[in-house]
Design a protein. Sequence first.
Lengths: 496, 196
Amino acid sequence: MMPVLKNIYQWVDDRVHVTKLFESTAGHHVPLSAGSWFYVFGSATLLCFIIQVLTGTLLAFVYVPSAAEAYTTLEYLTYQQTLGWFLRAVHNWGSNFMVGIMLLHMTQVFLWGAYKYPREITWISGCILLFLTLGMAFTGQVLRFDEDAYWGLGIGAAIMGRVPLIGEGLVHLMLGGPIIAGETLSRFFSLHVFLIPGTIIALISLHLRLVLTKGINEYPTPGVLVKRKTYDAHYKAILKREGVPFFPKAIDKDIVAAAIVIFGILAAAVIFGPKGPSGPPDPTQIDTLPRPDFFFLWIFAIAALLPKDLESIVLLAGAPVIVLILFALPFVCNEGEKHWRRRPVAVVSVIMIYLVLGMLTYLGATSPWSPEMDAWAEDTTPKEFMIDRTPLELQGALVLQYKQCRNCHAIDGIGGHRGPDLANVGTRLTAPQLTRQVLQGGGNMPAYGKNLSPDETTALVAYLVSLRPAGVPAARDSTTPAVPPAAASAQQASVQ
Amino acid sequence: METPDMKPDDPAAEPKPCACQGGAVPPEAEKSTRRELMLKVGIGLNVVAGAMIGLPLIGYALSSFVQKMPLAWITLGALEKFPVGTTRLASYPNPNSRPWDGDTAMIPCWVRHFEENGEQRFQVFAINCAHLGCPVRWFEESQLFLCPCHGGAYYADGSYAAGPPPRGLYEYEYKVENNELLIKGGVLPTLADTNV
């Protein structure tokens, strides 16, 4: 039996040269030091991509990329198709893992100086792969054709519409017409399933090819500098000294990491399940809180926090500037130190970028700038803000509730957080200042002058003045006489 | 069974073309100029063929970049649906709708009916916030439109009140015919195409 198999293998190998191919790829020599736990993220990203291709292809067995049918097929996939929920969950969590591990991979190769000579193109192709993966994340969010997808497209169109001169054309190109409709979904399907994955496969081939031709980055040693003139000989010497075939001598940790990644995706998929779909993509259902998927929350936060004059510039120029910086990096820092211990700027940059992205993502997830649309009807008023009030002040409390002030203003944390919390507002603003603020607005508050009767204003301001901790005097300005120092200290004593 | 001495990559195994016989001009030189011409003609033909197939592809892919969809007058229904002094949600079918548009074929908008100097007038606002296109909601009691995304706020007449929007709400052109309210619609309003 065995000799027959051996003969068959030899016959096939003679025709297609599998052994040779395997030896020159999986068996290529790497520095022994590259078999490190820090070097597993690249192969783990590739593994995620393979999982995405497999689950995505199978999801397309059932999914119908038509604006009229997509939502129904998503519900069918989630609730009726055998194991459909599982595939959707793995595809969703696979994409989360892919972006996350890819960022770890990028961070690692940055801190280990792998982008320096002679691996510039490896770095650049990796950056393009990151952008394409984010493109997959956005187009995938659209294919989950629910209300978030619909309004997410609206946000994308609104950003495109800010491009000078060709903005209108770009919006129509993105939407496949002047409005979000059937053709929009069809072209996002084509992008998500054909165009972007095809480009990703081509670039992964280039990326891996470069790993073979230029070699994997040796584990850096502090003080050993990269020099264009000597590096190639230096790397050859390392390979001669401690080179081992990647398979089977240096692949062990990648294999273990692969299993951990698969277990991780499976655990997340089974515990948290698939994402959505939320409500149907019916634009006439406007009772919605559009939020982008996790990876884009930081952009959502930037859009809320930028000053108005800067917004278009940052939204439009931001991406090209980031691309330019990433592409320029391997040329600007082409030589020199590789080890992160001797590159404080690199380490601080990474910490800053993660802090900023993390903070913006947190803000995007909590979005304190959004009004609470139902606060005026649903949120309660804590009782300490109601007892011991005069009838006028109680009337003011009603005005506050009824005029929907609570949608933006919390009382003691309950309500919207767009404007300041009103729990202590009586200690900050005087009655005339409050009246002016309510009637004229300003500082990001609409003016209510046309919308409040004089009686309502009086009552509202009386209530607002009463909003302060017990024993704390109302705010005063320079026109009102100060409380005599003796009385003030007596009051403070009584508070304490 | 061993395959005897098969070395497919061995250059010696292949017959070598020999151009070293005799002192006369080898016929290959003439041949190669003919081949070069052939190659040039071939490349030229393929450039033409490539353009003939490529340009229509580009034209197809970019058609929505240049193609203008005409705006159309669409009815929002009888005037009675919009009593004076109210602001109400209405929706209309996209005039350029395709049969496979599903739910997305209907577009919502806000209709304000008010009286000014004894004259009855309408304002029809796009649902999309001028900031990033999220659907604004009308709050009757505070007479404000609020956006759920980044907190943009607009007054009852659609003018800018607060928050990040760079302008007031987008407004449709409207007319009243046969006791029906009509608007000119068919495009998603953005800063590049305000629809006004």
